[in-house]
Design a protein around this ligand. Structure first.
Ligand code: ADP
Ligand code: MG
Length: 238
């Protein structure tokens, strides 16, 4: 299970209205991409979904439960950041294990999950290395592995490819797509890159200036953009 319902989410920082009333339904197992220009509110919306930030008004329901009422460890959400956010002093294995240890999982269960995730993400040769001894692509795979071992029902990705060079972006994107097929988990993926959006999404949510411009399947948006902004952003022919 990993369904999500967003009801009229608004967020202001001081007098600035960053999210102006967002409504969205995500069904279990869906791959949803939030796309929009820098500063339109994508990361803020993702943090509100994760329960890392409170909205000014509105509700986020995960499998029917208001996310704010569920303790962070029980939300079944794992987030992957643009900057990887790994612990520099811990090995790859320990970066992936730490959250499970803190949650009180037994050692054999931790070993089992780390084994599966490192095999899925081709991380076995690097388990004893520290982040500084890895390339950017390998670091991001560790960050993704750390999310996978938690067996979340909802994955949140915030521009996970932005710090990678072009070839690695393609590879890592394909790995994320493969992960989605294997795990059948719900994934929400933020990007400002329309190629990532078009290739990964079951459903694209086009955001602009704190509002949703259009929601639809990639080809639906491409063929029938709701307005000039969507057409320009998705690259529809004029
Ligand atoms: P995106 O991820 O789409 O680039 P963000 O959600 O990070 O956009 O930011 C949306 C807007 O909210 C920006 O104008 C940003 O400056 C502002 N903002 C984000 N976080 C804060 C904060 N903690 N305090 C004040 N303003 C913020
Ligand atoms: Mg952002």
């Amino acid at each position: 299970m990993g369904s999500l319902k967003i009801e009229n989410i608004k967020k202001s920082f001081g007098s600035v209205d960053v999210l102006k009333g967002i409504d969205l339904d995500v069904t279990d197992g869906e791959f949803v991409v939030f796309v929009g220009p820098s500063g339109c509110g994508k990361s803020t919306l993702l943090r509100i979904i994760a329960g890392l930030e409170d909205s000014t008004s509105g509700k986020v329901l995960i499998d029917g439960d208001n996310v704010g009422n569920v303790p962070p460890a029980k939300r079944g959400i794992a987030m992957v950041f643009q900057t990887y956010a790994l612990y520099p002093h811990l090995t790859v294995k320990n970066n992936m294990s730490l959250g499970l240890k803190q949650a009180g999982e037994p050692a054999d269960e931790i070993a089992r999950r780390v084994g599966i995730a490192s095999s899925m993400l081709s991380l076995e040769p690097y388990l004893e290395r520290r982040p500084a001894e890895l390339s950017g692509g390998q670091r991001q795979r560790v960050a993704i592995g750390r999310a996978v071992v938690r067996e979340p029902k909802l994955f949140l990705f915030d521009e996970p490819l932005s710090n990678l060079d072009a070839a690695l972006r393609v590879n890592t994107r394909l790995e994320i797509a493969q992960l989605h097929r294997r795990l059948a988990a719900t994934m929400i993926y933020v990007t400002h890159d329309q190629v990532e959006a078009m290739t990964l999404a079951d459903k694209i949510v086009v955001l602009n200036n704190g509002q949703i411009e259009q929601v639809g399947a990639p080809m639906e948006l491409y063929n029938s953009p709701a307005n000039e902004f969507v057409a320009g952003f998705i690259g529809s022919p004029k």
